[in-house]
Design a protein around this ligand. Structure first.
Ligand SMILES: Cc1ncc(COP(=O)(O)O)c(C=O)c1O
Length: 363
């Protein structure tokens, strides 16, 4: 009989989420009003230290709202990395701005802060950076550059909920930061996201934009072009249940990462964290030594019913983006990388099996 499948990810759900969702059903507050939305925003704000936390329907619209709130649009340039999830960069196109790609650092796989300044022009409005696979970016340097050149900093923290940099939580390391709560994220709400900002004016603007541009003084009057980017009470209920087990989730993922690193760091390359930082270890990610080696091991794992995930394709290689040729690190990392199963419920024996297959095929 074939082994049961080991998926790349599985949300860590339980009785608490069920109870809170049932409360929504019983109370009939299932749409985007209800007590759990405020509580979820407050709890995420408390956990991260963010002054304002605004729940939205997913992580993609969270970045779209960041762009809109900062008035980024036609004719503006946004500096970003091309080794990220497509949604991140798409938000730049949604508002008609132009993404300017900077290569990633060869060790952290995050935007290379040494290569940003040369790409800044009079049209640059913001730097949008991603904490890839949960690893914090070099925020101190990003902040310095942003301040020096008078541009906004947007933190795409979709993958780094629970990570920290120099004692600050991911989610407060930008003029605007965004989370995703998709099913495979550190905590999930099914689909869902959050926008976080220290700025009172941006908070007001984002709340208005996510809610059809509703006037604060006149009902059913909309004084700006808005959107329905609201989170539901059911999503927020799941999120609150998840927050209750956040430390457990992070702890289990840390153990998985440590096991992988202990067993494989002699033969494979792992992402390097900046100093004084912790990762959310969203998805365990390794670089193989050659494409042939990666393909061989990927195939061996898949044959054993173990799911893997290819790394993101560099954004400029997608057909609707302009080609750029100066991001060799992104191209190399994308070609050699693979995500391994790293969900909190993965059993020790299952991880041992994954490690053994990798070791046996690497010789
Ligand atoms: C880096 C990054 N940005 C943005 C997103 C978009 O989030 P969502 O899928 O919730 O729209 C994701 C989600 O996978 C992501 O990994």
């Amino acid at each position: 009989m074939a082994n049961s499948k080991i998926p790349i990810y599985q949300p860590f759900l339980g009785a608490e989420e069920q109870k809170l969702v049932a409360e929504c059903m019983d109370s009939t507050w299932i749409s985007s009003q209800g007590k759990f939305i405020n509580s979820f925003e407050q709890e995420v704000g408390k956990y991260t230290g963010a002054k304002h936390a605004i729940a939205v329907s997913n992580g993609t619209v969270a970045i779209h709202l960041a762009m809109l709130a900062l008035d980024i649009g036609e004719g503006d340039e946004v500096i970003t990395t091309n080794f990220t999830y497509v949604a991140s960069t798409n938000a730049i196109l949604y508002v008609g701005a132009h993404p300017v790609f900077v290569d990633v650092d060869s060790e952290s796989w995050n935007i290379d802060t040494n290569k940003i300044t040369e790409k800044i022009t009079s049209k640059t409005k913001a730097i949008l950076y991603t904490n890839i696979y949960g690893c914090p970016s070099e925020y101190n340097e990003l902040k310095r550059i942003a301040k020096e050149h008078g541009v906004f900093l947007i933190e795409d923290a979709a993958e780094s909920f629970g990570a920290s940099y120099h004692g600050k939580m991911s989610g407060v390391l930008g003029d605007v930061s965004t989370f995703s709560f998709f099913g495979n994220k550190t905590i999930t709400t099914g689909e869902g996201g959050m926008v976080l900002t220290p700025h009172d004016e941006l908070n007001k603007k984002i709340r208005k934009l996510k809610n059809q541009g509703n006037s604060e003084t006149r009902r059913y009057y909309h004084d700006v072009l808005g959107y329905n980017y609201r989170m539901t009470n059911i999503q927020a209920a799941i999120g609150l249940g998840q927050l209750g087990k956040l430390e457990e989730i992070l702890g289990l993922k840390r153990v998985l990462q440590n096991n992988y690193e202990k067993a494989l760091s002699d033969v494979l390359t792992f992402q390097k964290l900046p100093e004084h930082s912790t990762s959310s270890y969203w998805m365990c990610s390794v670089l193989f030594n050659s494409i042939d080696e990666k393909l061989k091991i990927e195939s061996a794992l898949n044959s054993a019913n173990i799911e893997t995930r290819p790394f993101f394709t560099p954004i400029d290689e997608l057909p609707f983006y302009d080609e750029v040729e100066d991001c060799p690190n992104a191209k190399r990392i994308s070609a050699l990388g693979l995500n391994l199963p790293s969900y909190p419920g993965l059993q020790f024996e299952q991880q041992e099996q994954i490690i053994e297959i990798i070791k046996n095929n690497i010789k």
